[in-house]
Design a protein around this ligand. Structure first.
Ligand SMILES: C[S@@+](CC[C@H](N)C(=O)[O-])C[C@H]1O[C@@H](n2cnc3c(N)ncnc32)[C@H](O)[C@@H]1O
Length: 251
């Protein structure tokens, strides 16, 4: 099969390199002023169907898989921050949820291996998933959508997801209000300036603001979910609309 590579593929290869894999976790924590953890907790809430429960009458929602035992695919898992959190949360509930990590960057996956004791690692693109149909109970992704052809990813998610499974996309967004936009532009200007002094991250922060501004991933993802037949689609914005979650359920 031949696929046309999205422009974001080039960006991702430039941003996430063997040289910056070991510092990724601390950089994302500092650059998001700690919000990364808060947003990822909201992804876990979504997996736990808390968002569905609060957005729809419970009777109209067929809850996904049993929380006790299921397999989650974490697309663009990177160094495994989210995958590790999902595994730890499952341990806390004495559930046997395993996580399969998938990422383009091999060196990032090597770090993920230390955090995900139970799961498998896959070095591949999210646009063409090397798994059989209906293999997963849920799929997550954090900071992937702006780098991919999201229509292709959603189509693949539909194929590999079991019936009643959930897919959760999370990424940065460019806020719409002028106050939030001014703060956002100021903050990203500052990040760019600081990153100039950190050679392994200078490339990523030089372009990240442009990539976020030019991405229309929230609209594209929710459209693609609808077109592919997903139901119970929910969009939530966080932290002055600087980040969003888009969720869908396979009927
Ligand atoms: C900002 S990191 C996010 C890592 C992790 N999800 C997290 O939240 O910390 C973005 C990741 O997306 C991966 N990526 C970008 N394009 C991809 C693609 N087409 N398929 C799989 N992974 C991709 C990069 O290699 C990188 O590890």
């Amino acid at each position: 099969m031949v696929i046309n590579l999205h422009e974001g593929y080039k960006k991702a290869n430039l941003f996430f390199t063997p040289d910056n894999a070991s510092s990724y976790d601390i950089v994302v924590k500092i650059a998001t002023l700690g919000r990364d953890r808060f947003w990822k907790k909201r992804i876990i809430d979504a997996l736990d169907a808390k968002m569905l429960r609060s957005s729809y009458y419970l009777s109209s929602v067929s809850l996904p898989y049993s929380f006790q035992s299921n397999t989650n695919l974490d697309l663009a898992s990177g160094t495994g921050i989210l995958s590790g959190m999902i595994e730890r949360e499952a341990c806390r509930h004495e559930a046997s949820r395993s996580v399969v990590c998938l990422d383009l960057a091999f060196h990032y996956l090597q770090i993920a291996k230390k955090k995900c004791a139970r799961g498998l690692l896959t070095n591949a693109t999210a646009e063409l998933l090397p798994y059989r149909a209906e293999s997963f109970d849920s799929i997550t992704s954090s900071y992937l959508s702006k780098y991919v052809n999201v229509e292709a990813v959603v189509k693949e998610c539909w194929r590999v997801l079991k019936s009643r499974g959930l897919v959760v996309f999370h990424d940065f967004t460019y806020p719409s209000g002028w106050i939030a936009r001014s703060l956002w532009n100021f903050y990203f200007g500052l990040l760019k300036l600081v990153a100039k002094g950190v050679i392994t991250w200078a490339h990523a922060f030089h372009d990240l603001d442009r990539v976020i501004k030019s991405s229309n991933w929230v609209h594209k993802t929710s459209q693609a979910l609808r077109v592919n037949g997903f139901s119970n689609i929910i969009i939530r914005f966080y932290t002055m609309q600087t980040s969003a979650i888009v969720l869908g359920q396979k009927p």
